[in-house]
Design a protein around this ligand. Structure first.
Ligand code: GLN
Length: 483
């Protein structure tokens, strides 16, 4: 049962092959048995899950249907869940029970999804390895000595290990696509504004976007359908109709123009990954796509720009954690300053503190023009590169990451080495574009992802291309040994 995809679960439930309650029990038992090896969950919500599963079964018995009705999922632990700990992977929020549900959580619950728990993540979503979590590192089910990617590493490891079919995640600079690549999953970062950020704890507000992590493009279409849509509670939510993502999965790829940026194949890319990317291009050509070399000349400036903008926004967003209103408070504060200093010093881990300091520096008087304003100008250039490219092609294709998943601890003393691994994913966030990563093969037994980028609101096109690719390849069906 644990091998079933969301689409198969929906069919099984509709055909009364099993109930949501039965399936939920099987998966909860599997999590209890296997998750100690992975550490992919921060909290389990067994009681809520069984209650939601029974309610979904009752709704089906009453004649209701729906692809998510009775489907087990989990939420990255930065989506607020009413009455349930919402930690954001931080000691700061270890004791925080959200007073309300995030829009994404509420929408999925209304569609009948069953919440099994809250998944592990890098502290405040800062990281590419899921090593900065207060609750400990998450292990990659493909090799327990390696990282699963981050910051949505818990969601990715759990889905890859077949502990559940799909999970929510967020992507500020690659945190859906990069863990998808590292664990052999399909992950989609929607257009900025497509999925409500209300109740999604902010890291960098102009870059953050929620989206689905699943094994197949077909399942990402189902989960995204339940997450997307306008929300008046989020002032950056865009009031644009949500298409039926499943309906376009089988569109023909004949004549689809795919752009491959020449800058993607520089010295930093593992040549074995380059070869797998070329293979995926050949596969799509066989399906009728036309390949064109393109250029994204400002790509080289994206990492420094991102690592100014994201920490700048983070330093502002995280100022609310002051030991006064909610979250960690130090013991016996001597005065107000001592309360702030010790509460924040104790509550935030080293990576979060580093980013707050970088961000506060970049925003400070005298440096604002030199760093923050300059980074914003680069951001515009990166966006303009994409706009020019999309006048010539329908999709941009390349690697999701320059290297496969590294060993846990490998970048411990070198945060910049880890930042550089984000080179292929962060540009989509800077430009606000949708991007998808899908399985494309293996290097040394570790999964490799191919990334597809599309113009604004063309999530359907990304899912369509990925689905057609998955009908003709079997990388996404591989299961890690032991799971
Ligand atoms: N690795 C990037 C960072 O640490 C992206 C993280 C994310 O997308 N949340 O900022």
């Amino acid at each position: 049962m644990h091998q079933l995809t969301l689409a198969e679960i929906a069919r099984g439930l509709a055909d009364k092959k099993f109930s949501s309650e039965e399936l939920t029990k099987v998966l909860l038992a599997r999590i209890a048995q296997l998750d100690p090896q992975l550490n992919s969950f921060i909290s389990l919500t067994e009681d809520l899950a069984l209650q939601q599963a029974k309610a979904a079964d009752a709704r089906r018995a009453n004649g209701e249907s729906g692809a998510l009705l009775g489907a087990p999922i989990a939420h990255k632990d930065l989506f607020c869940t009413q009455g349930i700990r919402t930690s954001c992977g931080s000691k700061m929020l270890d004791n925080f029970k959200a007073p309300y549900d995030a829009t994404v959580v509420a929408k999925l619950a209304a569609a009948g999804a069953v919440t099994l728990g809250k998944t592990n993540m890098d502290e405040f979503a800062m990281g590419s390895a899921n090593e900065s979590s207060y609750y400990g590192a998450v292990k990659n089910p493909w090799n327990l000595e390696h990282v699963p990617g981050g910051s949505s590493g818990g969601s990715a490891a759990a889905v890859a290990a077949r502990l559940l079919p799909a999970a929510t995640a967020t992507d500020t600079g690659g945190s859906i696509r990069q863990p998808a690549a590292f664990t052999n999953l399909t992950g989609l970062k929607p257009t900025y504004g497509r999925v409500s950020r209300w109740g999604m704890i902010a890291y960098a507000s102009s870059l953050d976007q929620g989206g689905p992590l699943a094994r197949t493009a077909e399942d990402c279409a189902i989960l995204l359908q339940g997450m997307a849509g306008f929300d008046s509670n989020d002032s950056t939510s865009i009031d644009e109709p949500v298409p039926d993502y499943s309906a376009s999965l089988n569109d023909s790829l004949k004549g689809l123009r795919i752009g491959v940026p020449k800058e993607y194949f520089s010295a930093g890319l593992d040549p074995r990954i380059a070869e797998l990317i070329h293979n995926s291009v050949t596969e799509l050509e066989k399906l009728g796509a036309v390949i064109k070399e393109i250029s994204l000349p400002n790509m080289q400036h994206a990492i420094p720009a991102y690592y100014v903008i994201a920490p700048a926004e983070a330093s502002s967003n995280l100022s609310r954690f002051d030991g006064v209103r909610f979250g960690h408070r130090c013991a016996d504060p001597k005065n107000l300053e001592d309360l702030y200093k010790r509460s924040r010093g104790e509550g935030f881990g080293p990576e979060v503190q580093r980013r707050i300091m970088v961000g506060a520096y970049a925003l400070s008087a005298g440096y604002y023009d030199a760093y923050y304003l300059k980074a914003q100008k680069i951001r515009r250039l990166v966006k303009n590169d994409f706009m020019a490219a999309f006048t010539e092609v329908d999709i941009i294709l390349g690697p999701t990451t320059p290297n496969p998943a590294w060993k846990i601890g490998a970048n411990k003393n070198d945060p910049i080495a880890e930042y550089l691994e984000d080179i292929y994913t962060i540009t989509a966030n800077l430009a606000g574009l949708p991007g998808l990563s899908m399985p494309a093969g293996f290097v040394d037994g570790l999964p490799v992802g191919v990334q597809l980028l599309a113009p604004y609101f063309q999530e359907g096109r990304l899912l369509n291309v990925a689905h057609q690719y998955q009908l003709n390849t079997d990388w996404h069906t591989r299961t890690p040994t032991g799971f």
